[in-house]
Each structure stands twice: as structure tokens, then as C-alpha cells.
Design a protein around this ligand. Structure first.
Ligand SMILES: CC(C)(COP(=O)(O)OP(=O)(O)OC[C@H]1O[C@@H](n2cnc3c(N)ncnc32)[C@H](O)[C@@H]1OP(=O)(O)O)[C@@H](O)C(=O)NCCC(=O)NCCS
Length: 395
């Protein structure tokens, strides 16, 4: 057989036959957005180590870096920030629609739905031929996610949503729209770093979803709302909410050992531990953990203090029992404690993760449409062939 070598298709005889559950190790795209070394515990955005970004950058600047592949000049940055601040406002029809959402709806579902609705305000969203319009859509989505989340949160708490304030940074403005209070400087600083550390993480499940949707040339709204759906799962971003509930249910450092033993004996997954790529402790968990003592001292009460002590003990015991299997804390293990100390409702945690990750998703959406080929993997068919159709009266 000569094989089909036309276009970009693989010759038939080189079609990959191996099935990799969970697509482990399969290269799904070429990307210059972020790099993860799971053995060394290294994460870089556009080549810059996240520790440097967390120490010196801001979420807006990091988002700019992810989208444009360079750090902005002062002029570029001030224009970018002005544009983002202007685009925070929601169209009335979206705000009114969110008011009608059921109050018992999980915030991730509300966010996913609200992002889909945003397309109703972008009549030409299906036309993705203009790079300028595509970038503006990406910036608009990044700017609007905090407003979508806080609008839902305030309506479900029977409070009027607060309009965004352009005098605040992205992180400050979110805290302000959530509470109506001017943000505490330490809270705003740590929250900004939290957003930086969650902004991007290569080919994880939700980013894969975003790119797969982009590959059909669907709109950015479809792509990002699909990614939010993927992030909501407890094996992915949904783990941060679960970690916090788990730590509260343990209650005290003295109860940790028994809890872990029981989980492992019953083969339950321990939330906030393990990672497909990292075989060492997640570098984001290392950095986030460093912020907690100050946060707890200045903002957290006794409850958060105990929570943190329980988490420290948890990591110690888990290291004895799981580190030899390369199962270490991931970013979600400490992120919940940070958000709890900031006073954020637990069921908003994953939505807040989305608020950061939307920058990475948008960068991937742009990269995908720029170099696009429709995602159409193969399958290993294990069903029957040539089955006879049996009429219903004979079954
Ligand atoms: C993230 C995760 C899905 C990655 O898993 P993966 O690469 O698909 O690994 P697998 O599910 O194939 O697990 C490999 C082995 O490690 C074990 N394992 C992995 N994570 C574990 C965890 N958190 N607790 C207990 N055991 C775990 C599995 O049970 C499996 O054991 P086995 O070989 O004896 O069956 C997994 O670590 C997990 O479920 N973690 C908890 C959820 C979480 O924190 N998610 C956030 C990720 S950032």
C-alpha cells in the first residue's frame, strides 16, 4: 500500500495505533505559551519563571505577556490597562439574564452560561478573520469574568451588583465588587499573585478543550465556556473547593493521620494531591504556601489558623505515605486556604481560578486559530460489526 501522503495527513501506514488513556504524553499542539518541567518542578510563561512573575509582575502585565508574547512598554501597558478597565462593564442584557439565574446554581455553571450569553452582545463573533477583533474579544473576556462572577454572587445574596471601578487594578476591583469595601492592601497583593500563578498551565484538560473547540473555528465564547465546564470537574480546578471542605471536615491537625489512612485504605483520591505532569511538589503550591503565614496573621481568624496547621500536618503525613509514589501537593492544596483567608465564599473558588486561567485559555485560542487544523483524533473501536437489525416485536 502506498499510503495517503497528501496535505498534512499522516501516511496510512504511520497512523498512530497506540492507545494512551487520558492522552498521556500525546502531543496535541505546538505552543510557545508556557512550559512545564514536571521532574524539576518548573513552570514558565513565555519563557519567564512564574516565581519572577509572582514577585515582580501584576496579573494585567502577565496577561499581556501571555497574549502578546512580550512584556509591555509603559505606553503599551497603560493603554492595555485602560482598555481592560473599560471593558469590565457588562451589557444590560447579560446583567438582567444573570439576575434570573437560579440562586442554587453552582457559580461555575452560572459562569459557563454567562460566558455563552456574552456572545449575544457580539453579533459578529463567528467571524474570526480579524486578529485585532480577536484580541479585543480576548481582552474583553478577561476583563468581564470578575464582573460576571460578582454579579452572580451579589444577586444570589439578594444584593445589588456593584459597578466596576476603573481606579482599581484587576485584583483590587474584583475584591471591591465582591464586598463593596475598598480592598485591603495585603489581600489585593496576594490575590493578584494568586491570579498570576493560576493564569496558564500548558495542555491541561480545560486548555485542551478550549483548543479543540477553537479548532472547529467556533467563537471564543464557545471555547472559553467549554473550558470553564472542563475546569469545574473535581479532578481539575474543582479540586480547590474540595480541598477546603476536606480540611474543614478533618478539623484539627491531630485528626489528619487517621483521615489519610482511611482514604488510602478505601482507595479514595486525596484532593489537592497528585498531578499528571509534576512528579515533585507543584511550584505554584510552594509559592502560594509562602503567602499564608502573613495572610493568616493579618487577615485570618483562629479558624483559618487551624486550617493552615491542619494543612501543614496533612502535607507531612501525606509525604510519608505517598511521596514514594510521586504523589505530592498540587496548586489546589494551598489555593483554597489563601482564598478562605481572603474571605471568599468556598463555592466561588473554582470560578476565581477561571478568572485567572481565562488569560491562558485566550492565548491558546488565539494560537490555535492562527495555526489551525481541526482536532480530529482517532479511536480504537472495540464494538461489534455486522450485527443484524432485529425488529422491535422480535426482541
Ligand atoms: C490530578 C490527577 C487526576 C492526575 O492523575 P493521573 O495522572 O491521571 O494519575 P492516575 O489517575 O492514573 O493515578 C496514578 C496512581 O496514583 C494514584 N493517585 C493519583 N492521585 C492520587 C490522589 N490524589 N490520592 C490518592 N491516590 C492518587 C491513583 O490512585 C493511581 O494509583 P494506582 O496506580 O494504584 O491505581 C490525580 O492525581 C488526582 O485525582 N488528584 C486529586 C484531584 C486533584 O487534586 N486535582 C487537581 C490537579 S491540579
Amino acid at each position: 500500500m502506498s499510503g495517503n501522503t497528501s496535505g498534512n495527513s499522516l501516511p496510512l501506514e504511520t497512523t498512530i495505533k497506540e492507545y494512551r488513556p487520558g492522552l498521556e504524553g500525546v502531543i496535541a499542539c505546538r505552543s510557545s505559551i508556557s512550559y512545564v518541567d514536571g521532574q524539576e518542578g518548573l513552570l514558565e510563561y513565555r519563557g519567564i519563571n512564574i516565581r519572577e512573575l509572582a514577585e515582580h509582575s501584576t496579573f494585567e502585565e502577565t496577561a499581556y505577556l501571555l497574549l502578546y508574547n512580550h512584556l509591555p512598554s509603559e505606553r503599551e501597558f497603560s493603554q492595555f490597562k485602560m482598555l481592560m478597565a473599560r471593558l469590565r462593564i457588562l451589557p444590560h442584557l447579560i446583567r438582567d439574564a444573570i439576575e434570573e439565574f437560579p440562586v442554587g446554581m453552582h457559580p461555575m455553571l452560572a459562569l459557563q452560561s454567562a460566558i455563552s450569553l456574552l456572545q449575544a452582545d457580539d453579533y459578529y463573533a463567528d467571524d474570526i478573520s480579524s486578529p485585532q477583533h480577536n484580541l479585543r474579544r480576548a481582552i474583553s473576556l478577561m476583563a468581564k469574568l470578575p464582573t460576571l462572577i460578582t454579579t452572580f454572587e451579589r444577586y444570589r445574596s439578594s444584593e445589588e451588583p456593584l459597578p466596576p471601578s476603573s481606579k482599581y487594578s484587576h485584583a483590587e476591583n474584583f475584591l471591591f465588587m465582591l464586598t463593596g469595601e475598598p480592598p485591603h492592601s495585603l489581600a489585593a497583593k496576594v490575590f493578584d499573585r494568586f491570579l498570576i500563578l493560576h493564569a496558564e498551565h500548558s495542555m491541561n484538560a480545560s486548555t485542551f478543550v478550549a483548543r479543540a473547540i477553537a479548532s472547529s473555528n467556533a467563537s471564543i465564547y464557545s471555547s472559553i465556556s467549554g473550558a470553564v465546564g472542563s475546569l469545574s470537574g473535581i479532578l481539575h480546578g474543582g479540586a480547590n473547593e474540595r480541598v477546603l471542605r476536606m480540611l474543614y471536615s478533618i478539623g484539627h491537625p491531630d485528626n489528619v493521620e487517621e483521615f489519610i489512612e482511611e482514604q488510602l485504605a478505601t482507595k479514595n483520591r486525596i484532593m489537592g494531591f497528585g498531578h499528571r505532569v509534576y512528579k515533585v511538589k507543584d511550584p505554584r503550591a510552594h509559592i502560594l504556601e509562602e503567602y499564608i503565614p502573613d495572610l493568616v496573621d493579618q487577615l485570618g481568624g483562629e479558624e483559618v489558623k487551624t486550617l493552615y496547621q491542619t494543612a501543614r500536618r496533612f502535607e507531612e503525613v501525606a509525604a510519608q505515605k505517598m511521596a514514594s509514589r510521586n504523589i505530592h501537593p498540587n496548586v489546589d492544596f494551598y489555593s483554597g486556604i489563601v482564598l478562605e483567608a481572603l474571605g471568599i465564599p468556598v463555592d466561588l473558588f473554582t470560578a476565581i481560578f477561571s478568572m485567572a486561567r481565562v488569560s491562558g485559555w485566550c492565548a491558546h485560542w488565539l494560537e490555535q486559530i492562527d495555526t489551525n487544523r481541526l482536532f480530529r483524533p482517532s479511536q480504537d473501536y472495540i464494538g461489534d460489526h455486522q450485527r443484524a437489525y432485529v425488529p422491535i416485536e422480535n426482541r
